[in-house]
Structure formats: structure tokens, C-alpha cells
Design a protein around this ligand. Sequence first.
Ligand SMILES: Cc1cc2nc3c(=O)[nH]c(=O)nc-3n(C[C@H](O)[C@H](O)[C@H](O)COP(=O)(O)OP(=O)(O)OC[C@H]3O[C@@H](n4cnc5c(N)ncnc54)[C@H](O)[C@@H]3O)c2cc1C
Length: 834
Amino acid sequence: MGTQKQLNEQPIAQPKEAGKELPGRAKIVVIGGGVGGTSVAYHLAQLCEKDVVLVDRSDLTSGSTFHSAGLVGQLRADPTLTKMNMYSVELYRKLEKSQTPASWRECGSIKIASSKERMEEIRRQIGWAKTFGLDLVEISTKQAQELFPLLDPTDVVGGCYMASDGQVDPSQLTQAMAAGARAGGVKIFTHTRVLAINTQRNRIKSVTTDKGVIECEIVVNCGGMYASEIGRLVDVRVPIVPMSHQYLITENFLPDDAKFLPSLRDPDNLIYFRQEVKGLVMGGYERNSKPFMASYDSYDQIPKDFNSKLLPEEWDRFEEIATNAAKRVPKMSEVGLKNFINGPEGFTPDNEFCLGETTVGGFYVAAGFCAHGIAGAGGIGKVVAEWVVAGEPTMDLWHMDIKRFADAYKSPRFTLERVTENYEAYYDIHYPLEERASARGENKSPIYDWHRQNHAVFGEKASWERVNYYHNPNERLDDSLRPIGWVGKNWHPAVALEHHATRNTAGLFDESSFAKIKVTGARAGEFLNQVCAANVVKGVGKTTYTQALNKKGGIESDYTITQIGESEFLIITGTAFLNHDKGWLEKQVRELNFDQVEIVDITVDLACFGIWGPAARVILQSITDADLSNESFGFMNSKVIKVAGVELRATRITYVGELGWELYIPRDAALKVWLELIAAGKAHGMRVCGYRAIESLRLEKGYRAWAGEINSETNPYEAGLGFAVSTKKDDFIGKAALEKVRNKLSRKLTAITFDDIKQVAMGNEPIFINNQVVGRVKSAGQGYTINKAIAYAYLPVEHANVGATIEVEMFGIKSKAIIAAEPLFDPKGEKIKS
Ligand SMILES: Cc1cc2nc3c(=O)[nH]c(=O)nc-3n(C[C@H](O)[C@H](O)[C@H](O)COP(=O)(O)OP(=O)(O)OC[C@H]3O[C@@H](n4cnc5c(N)ncnc54)[C@H](O)[C@@H]3O)c2cc1C
């Protein structure tokens, strides 16, 4: 990387904590005085946390914050993030009236579509904006021109406008929040560098700075692009990479009497604009991105003195953006340039924030804001401060939770490849079932090569290569069920065949990526019964489906737990949830003082195959001497048996609603068992199947998926999982909260069906009853057996009436659907118990 240069305009002079000595003790230490750290500190003060110290190695705003473009847009693809950004706007309005105004200007924003697909995306976004009460409206090209007269309308298909979006001065905003934090008692120390973070029994103990040691209980790493380096001080991987991001500022050229312009985004051309004094700021996301001080072989190494600094201009990388900008706003080729900014900013591998408590007790992170940290700061500060105070998130923050990152992100190469791909695709339209091309092949099933040789089409989940479906090019496939529009883009007809094979004969699935966690120790059962809503200590060989709840009764994890010994339990959870679910268990061990309970990840030790369908028993029976009859091997039982001469664990459970078993096999013996199963299944028409078929099968059967229909904001009763809650147990986490809501639920998870199986929703679409928005779609797909499209949504109980007709708006068009009785398939559960 080239030399760095000083910014022409220095950040605003910083107020000092006059005469204050760095305290030797504080309850909470916030590291970082950018927009993130000051917002966390401000909100901690709002929550009456009096004993908070914020330190910055340089001046406030001297990281990425001072060189931000300051655009604030609210609507995002993720409902939680949208809610957070809406809160940001509310806060910035409020701060504007404070004694330290934030320079908030509610100028509105326009997004234009320069392609037909983008216009569809915009219509879809307008739909989901209705579920938030956001003022997003569709506008014509002419209206866009009226709002932004500099626009050249060539190729513009239309757009949308949101009056409540705006822009803010990032440094002023930071100062405003710092002032609010100080007023609430937070002590701020600039030019105070954290050198070490000290722990005791995996809990935060103190922070060593160049000005002294602060004993503390909680540290919040708000280090922006430096957060990864701060994480390394305590051996926590924070997968954030500093990426250079560029924009320019033109000279003043707008007439004095011109109306202030809304900001403008033209994602098809990778560009954004906003008014700056009487000129324009113009920036974008380059297709040839560049990391700052990070490589495939080494973590980021930001120089010790890199504060209040910028990077050299890189016009060659900016050329495409500048060319596109001059086409869309021709004035850009006439006006002079006042400034060119190339500043680094912390990006995560999926362009979402990195928030929450890490594997070290009391060590939180709030960083990696991916060039939307100014828009997000208000909301980020609020949710992180609440998380710190409550000890658990107060809303569903899974998409931003640091624990969503698999261990593969410990590799600098894996992280940087993914960050690069996502940075460069920042403004692309992302269609459902899209797969990432970079950082592939990290974790594989032991029979990966067999899949590859047998027409498997792979997807990636949490660094694991998994079979989505198998496509033999010689097989004739029926395309007639392809969903309409976007949803059909990455759809494949083989999935329907795999679905039918499982329902009619048998399907064989490789689920080796499932996260597998072993919990052992004399008090393991007692511990798990504290953590889980169901009784999981039912005797060796018994399997329980259960949820771990938070204090509010929300579902933190969704497990199947098998008691495999007197004090030994095997937990199976989703591929992507290993670190989240294991982290939750470890936190409870710490907080409930179950020190002797051991929690070990054994994911890679065992392969896992699912064999399901009416013929599953006869196929499996043909290669084992174990008695698989219903009498001797009932549903929700688990045994160690020999299959094809290999000792393995067979658990009679299903995620597809059919008779069958999951087999947990020592990794080295996996291929042998798989080949024997294939051979045994041949005569019965068994088919090998992938994850997309599982999705369709489980939606039909109504099996819930964590991060799909259930999450930390939903309780088991409203999610239809009351059957998995023990009313007999004395206590478990969340019990008190559940008891309060049990008989007064306000909403209910509801199954919705569309008669046209091709009319498939994607998620977040608004649901109308009598033209009133009553909810939004949570999850959706196709049910090939019931021959309908399916969606699930939480609806107010007064509207969740089976048989009622509702309307779902997709791409601006309302489609009729029915609220259906659950489960949609095999309501009596005869198949699974047959
Ligand atoms: C060119 C550019 C344009 C942008 N435009 C927009 C936009 O239009 N809209 C938008 O929403 N976002 C935008 N962003 C993103 C936004 O600026 C950032 O997301 C945000 O400023 C990050 O804030 P932060 O507090 O996380 O990090 P920073 O501002 O980087 O703060 C981190 C702080 O941690 C301190 N620190 C680091 N290590 C230590 C240590 N060991 N001890 C003590 N202190 C330490 C640093 O000194 C620094 O002050 C843009 C970013 C860039 C680069």
C-alpha cells in the first residue's frame, strides 16, 4: 500500500476531560471514539450506566468517521437493520435540537432503476417498507428529474423516494453523541491507547492502556477497521477487513436559490450523490476493490499512527464510477473538483455489522459497519448498549451477531476473499438462493468426492460445501413448476423429483455439516435442564426436541438432544449455528456456575446421513442386524447399531415428516456406509437428495427453522412449539417470562398457502387483510406434495383464522392466499410414527 497523507481539513478540536485522571476502575470500557463508540457510550448513559469510560488512541472521529460521506438511508433488506436505521433518524432529529447539533438535514433520498430488474427490486422494497410504516413511494422518471434536476433520464425506468432519509455531518454527529454521553456521566479519554485486554477464567478483568490499567467487567470493542486488531489482544477473531472506499466533492456550482437536493442512488451504475454546500459529493462501490494493509496471508496491520489520515487517490479504480456518474449527471464532467477522498473502512464478509458478546465473557464488539455506519450508528448504539445491560440481545440480531461467523473466518484468506466479493457486489441485486463464488471448498463432507462424481450441485453454508440438489444432465426434467419472476432464477426442477422420491419411496441425504456438540460432566443433565425448555434427561437413548430460551422467553437455539450416557448428551443443531449455540451454552456455564460441565464441538468427527421415506426401514434393515421395528426402535429413540459392519449411532428422528433415521458415523467409515445404503436403496427407487428438497419437505410439514420462522424475539407458544415446553420442570431460563405470556398471546405463526405453486414469496412481503397491513412473510417456498406455494407469517391472533383469505403483495401486485390449518402435510403424524 502506498504512502498515507494527512487530511487537509483537520477534525474538529476535541474537548478534553479537563483535569480528569484515568480511573483505575470502571464497570464498562468502550474502546473507540468514532460514531460507533460514542453512540454505544451515549446509549449506555441513557440506560443509566454511570460507570463508563470511553478511550480512543487518538482524537474522537479520527478513524473512518471523519471522512464519511454522511448519507443516511433507512430501508435495508433486513427488517432488524431497517428498524435500527429508523431509530437512527429519530435520534439524529432529536440531537439536532440539542446543545450540540448533529448537522442533520432531512433532505430525502431517491433511488433510481436503470434496469427492469432494479425496478422490480424497488417495487419489492416499497412493499416491505409498508410493513415498517416507512414513507417510501414509487416515482416516475419525470418525478425523479423534478426532485433532482441534474439527472439525465436516459435508461431510467423509474425509482422510489423517501422523504425522511437525509444526511448528517459525521463528525458533528459523533460530537453530539459524545456530549450526550458526557452529560450522562461517561468519562471520555482521547489519546489513550489500549495495549492489552486481560482476562481471568475467560472473563474480562481489565484493560491496559498507555495511560494506565482500568479494572473492568465489560469491554466494548468499537474499533471500526481496527476492531480485528483489538480482538486479537484477547484471542477473539473479529473478521473485519479495512477496505479503501472513495468519493469526490465537486466545487460549488449550484445556484444560490436552488432547492436543496435529495441524495440520489443509482445502484445499477454503482454510484451515489448528495449535495454538499452548493456542490455534490459523488461516490460508489468499485468493481476492483482494494483492501488496506491486509492480504490473503496476513491479518490487517494498520500503522500505529494511522489516525486522521487518508489514502492516496486511486483514479484508475474510480474510473468506471466517474464515467457512470458523468452519464447520469452530465454536469459532473463540467464542474471542478474540490476534494477526493480515499478512506479505509471496516468491512465484514457479508456486508452486515459485527455486533455482540464474543466467546470471552464480557467482551463485546460493535464494529464493521461496511460504509453504512453513519446511517446505522444510532440503532447500533442502542441495541449494543441494551445487549450489554441485559446480557442478551433485546431484538433478533442474528444477522449481525459476531457468532454467525464460522471458524473458517479465522483464516485471513477466507475472510478477505469473501469481503472482496461482497464489497464488489454491494450494489448488485441479490436473487434468492444465490450462492457465493469466493472462499469455497473450506469444509467438506467425508464423501464430498462421491457427490462431485455423481452430479451434485453444491451450495455453501458457514464454510461447508453442501449438496443443494443433484442434476444428472441425462435426466429429463419438468420446468413447469418454476416460480414466477425472481424466485425462479436460481430454482431447479431436480428439487421436486427429490421431494417426491422422499415422500413416495426414500431419500438419502448427507447432512454431515450439522453442528454436533457434546455436553458432558456429572451435572450435564442438570445444566441442560436449566438451559432448555423441555426435559432432556429422559434416560439413555432418548432424543428430545427442545429450545433454549433467553430471559424474555425468546428462542435462542433450537436443538435436538440425545442422552447418550448417564452424564453425556449429544446436541445437534444447524450448520450455521455452531458458534452461536455453543457460545450460548458456554455463557450459561459461566453465568450459572456449572464449571465442571464440558462443552465440545465434535462436528467434524462424525458424518451424518438421513434416510427418510416409506421405504427407509426396509432399506436400512437390509444392511443391519438391529431390530428396526416400531416396537423395538420407536420414534425419538437413539441406539448404537452396526450398519454395513460399521458401528454408528442411529436416531429415529426426521426433519422432512417421513419415517426414517439419522445416522451418525465415524468420519472414516462414512463412505462405506453411504455406498451400502445406495446399493440397498436401488431396488426401492431411493434417490440421493440435497438441502433444497429438505427445505420444501420441512415447510410442508411445518417444522420450524431457527433464523427462519423462529428467533430470539419469538416465543415457543406463538411459534406453535408449546408442545416442546415442559410445564412440569421447576425452572429453566425464560420460564417466568413464558408463563406471563402463555395465555395472552398477541400473535401467532400462521401457515399460508397459494393455490398457484408458482406464486412464491421471498420473505418480508406485506400481508393485507381488508387493505390493512397485518404482518410480513417470514419464510416461503413450494410444497410439491400439496401442490401449493407456502408461506409462514406471524399474524395478530384476531386475524389468524384458518380458512380466511388474505392478500400478499409481491413486486407491487397483490395475490390472494389462504390461512391454512397446520401441518399442511400428514396432520396426524402417522408417517413419522409408522
Ligand atoms: C469514504 C467513506 C465514505 C462513507 N460514507 C458513508 C455514508 O455515506 N453513510 C454511512 O452511513 N456510512 C458511510 N461510511 C461509513 C462510516 O464512515 C463508518 O461506518 C463509521 O464511521 C465507522 O465508525 P466506527 O466508530 O466503527 O469506526 P472509527 O470511526 O474508525 O472509530 C474507531 C476508533 O477506534 C479507535 N481505536 C482503534 N484502536 C484503538 C486502541 N487500541 N485503543 C483506543 N482506541 C482505538 C480509533 O482511533 C478510532 O477513532 C463511509 C466510510 C468511508 C470510508
